[in-house]
Design a protein around this ligand. Structure first.
Ligand SMILES: *[C@@H]1O[C@H](CO)[C@@H](O)[C@H](O)[C@H]1NC(C)=O
Ligand SMILES: *[C@@H]1O[C@H](CO)[C@@H](O)[C@H](O)[C@H]1NC(C)=O
Ligand SMILES: *[C@@H]1O[C@H](CO)[C@@H](O)[C@H](O)[C@H]1NC(C)=O
Ligand SMILES: *[C@@H]1O[C@H](CO)[C@@H](O)[C@H](O)[C@H]1NC(C)=O
Ligand SMILES: *[C@@H]1O[C@H](CO)[C@@H](O)[C@H](O)[C@H]1NC(C)=O
Ligand SMILES: *[C@@H]1O[C@H](CO)[C@@H](O)[C@H](O)[C@H]1NC(C)=O
Ligand SMILES: [Cu+2]
Length: 186
């Protein structure tokens, strides 16, 4: 009997290992050198293309370790959630069409499948914020988390200060998007 248990256990470990999806370029690296006090903001103005209003701020963590994200959003639709959200590779085109933001920020070339395993965030796409930190639900959202793999230090692939954030319906249709820009407020 005991060997069956061990067999099942080894099988499970193997299945887990097979699903551990590291990028072609390896696991994402923890970013330790974000510029102290660096702060970026993505503003969602309510407009013709989207009713979502609010902002996402991204600040260097303590001693430059990781990035502190803060989502403060309202006007999310009553239907079609929970909503996923990602850092996307390209900025939002001038016309506001979220399709133009292209794919997720994925500097380690992992791809989207299988889905991100929250317990191994280093194996997820850097841009897959909701995969690593949970989707958002409800029409008003206030959410705060640290991400250790996204970067506010320019010059590396994980830098997102010149890119965008996109919010999706649960069916993955793009619901709203906004450019990050340097936050000059403080
Ligand atoms: C691994 O992925 C397969 C499908 O590709 C899925 O059926 C299985 O549940 C996954 N295993 C784990 C441990 O996530
Ligand atoms: C992140 O920033 C918020 C303020 O926007 C603060 O309340 C929170 O404590 C910070 N989190 C960490 C882990 O530093
Ligand atoms: C996705 O869901 C939203 C909200 O329910 C809906 O408006 C949209 O048409 C759906 N898109 C697709 C491709 O089904
Ligand atoms: C987003 O930023 C890019 C690059 O700076 C700019 O060309 C574009 O017009 C901006 N998009 C919006 C909607 O402001
Ligand atoms: C957004 O851009 C995509 C691809 O360029 C295009 O197919 C789509 O029609 C555009 N949507 C709007 C509302 O202009
Ligand atoms: C954003 O900055 C990174 C690193 O500095 C660079 O590699 C990337 O090409 C830039 N992306 C855009 C859309 O400008
Ligand atoms: Cu996305």
């Amino acid at each position: 009997m005991w060997f069956l248990t061990i067999f099942a256990f080894l099988f499970a470990v193997r299945a887990l290992a097979q699903n551990q999806t590291t990028g072609k370029l390896g696991d994402a690296m923890v970013v330790m050198n974000n510029p102290p006090m660096a702060s970026y903001v993505a503003m969602f103005p309510r407009n013709g293309m989207s009713k979502v209003k609010g902002k996402v701020t991204a600040m260097s963590g303590k001693d430059g370790k990781g990035v502190n994200f803060s989502l403060m959003l309202q006007g999310l639709p009553k239907e079609g959630g929970p909503f996923s959200f990602h850092l996307h590779d390209q900025p939002v085109p001038m016309d506001g069409n979220c399709t133009g933001t292209k794919a997720h920020l994925d500097p380690y070339q992992r791809g989207q499948t299988p889905a991100c395993d929250m317990s191994m965030p280093q194996t997820c796409e850097v841009g897959d914020l909701s995969g690593k930190h949970g989707k958002i639900e409800g029409t008003r959202v206030s959410k705060n988390f640290m991400d250790m793999y996204a970067a506010l230090v320019p010059g590396i692939g994980a830098f997102f200060g010149n890119r965008s954030i996109v919010i999706h319906y649960s069916n993955s249709t793009r619901l709203a998007c906004a450019n990050f820009t340097m936050d000059m407020m403080d």
